[in-house]
Design a protein around this ligand. Structure first.
Ligand code: SAM
Ligand code: SF4
Length: 325
């Protein structure tokens, strides 16, 4: 088992399979970003080896992410490999939705259990402004195709930013009610590419819930403690919404997650400043025991919590597109 010094056991892996993306969300992808060369990115076989070692230590869930994971060729093949690893019982994928429509059937057949799709605006012009791509209709169409392929409800991730899209919170609640998809409002985190985050640009989870509750009364859903989202249903509609509030309501105490970056680094927290290299030992003939030792050390160093709310907080150098959200 991979247990940290605070007794938390790692069960959940975020596996970033590429640092590339076809969108340019300002809070994520740095301007002028130069992706790693292909040879510096883990192969699917290398990922499978790491996941096999992790599964042997009790990891049960894998979220495939990026960058945009569907930019990588044959993601379905990777999913099939992960599905066959004993102990892995849940596979999720997070996507910006652009390539999703053409992949959903193959992803379902390969064994993806759950999908998250990012959507920060329901207005065409604003969507384009936020992502750099005029793709709202295509992403909405992907959601419908995903539903038809059996992924209903899709979790729709919406990062709420003051003065940018916070006037759409009620529209997103109405969208959840209309479509049945589960909208997850996410607090803007200091992982932004321009290092321009400040608290005033973030909208607190509580404010989002209060605004929605005033228009569409909400009922809290009891979740399990390692869940990142606080979940709610509507009093008069079966759809669910969630609020992920890592800044104002950190869930570090119950965190059971570990991250592997596309270039083969282990991160024990989104906000950690240190990374542990797995790629070099992997390519130098390391045994499974050697890899396990790197993973064990990385987990042992997991801090009690992130320090966003501390005066000495230091933003990690790498943004979400590199770390894997
Ligand atoms: N490209 C895929 C997508 O957009 O869903 C997967 C990778 S993306 C890095 C994963 C999630 O991280 C997205 O939902 C995105 O909105 C979120 N994210 C990125 N930077 C963020 C930040 N600074 N604060 C909050 N969420 C962020
Ligand atoms: Fe790309 Fe996703 Fe980052 Fe947007 S949030 S730039 S879609 S990786």
């Amino acid at each position: 088992m991979l247990k940290d010094k605070f007794g938390r056991v790692i069960r959940d892996l975020r596996l970033s399979i590429t640092d590339r993306c076809n969108f340019r969300c300002g809070y994520c992808m740095p301007a002028g970003f130069v992706p790693k060369a292909h040879r510096d990115i883990l192969t699917f076989e290398e990922m499978a080896r790491i996941v096999t070692v992790l599964a042997g230590e009790g990891v049960e869930k894998v979220r495939v992410t990026g960058g945009e994971p569907l930019l990588r060729r044959n993601v379905e093949g990777l999913v099939r490999i992960l599905r066959a690893i004993p102990g892995i019982r849940d596979i999720a994928l997070t996507s910006n939705g652009w390539f999703l429509g053409e992949h959903v059937d193959a992803l379902k057949a390969a064994g993806v259990d759950r999908l998250n799709v990012s959507l920060d605006s329901l207005r065409r012009d604003r969507f384009k402004e936020l992502t750099g791509v005029d793709a709202l209709d295509r992403v909405l169409q992907s959601l419908e195709t995903a539903s038809a392929a059996g992924f209903f409800p899709v979790k729709v991730n919406c990062v709420v930013m003051r003065g940018e899209n916070d006037d759409e919170v009620l529209d997103f609640a109405a969208f959840a009610r209309r479509t049945g998809h589960s909208v997850r409002f996410i607090e803007f985190m200091p992982l932004d590419s321009g290092h321009a985050w400040d608290r005033s640009r973030m909208v607190a989870g509580r404010e989002i819930v209060e605004a929605i509750d005033a228009r569409y009364p909400l009922t809290a859903v009891r979740g399990n403690p390692s869940e990142t989202a606080l979940r709610y249903t509507f009093a008069d509609n079966a759809a669910e919404i969630g609020v992920i509030a890592p800044v104002t309501r950190p869930f570090c105490g119950a965190c059971n997650r570990l991250r592997i970056t596309a270039d083969g680094k282990v991160r024990n927290c989104l906000f950690s400043l240190a990374e542990h290299d797995l790629m070099t030992p992997l390519r130098n003939g390391a045994s499974d025991d050697d890899l396990r030792e790197v993973l064990r050390l990385a987990v042992l160093e997991k801090e009690a919590g992130h320090r966003i709310n501390e005066p000495d907080f230091q933003q990690p150098l790498r943004t979400m597109s590199c770390i894997g959200g």
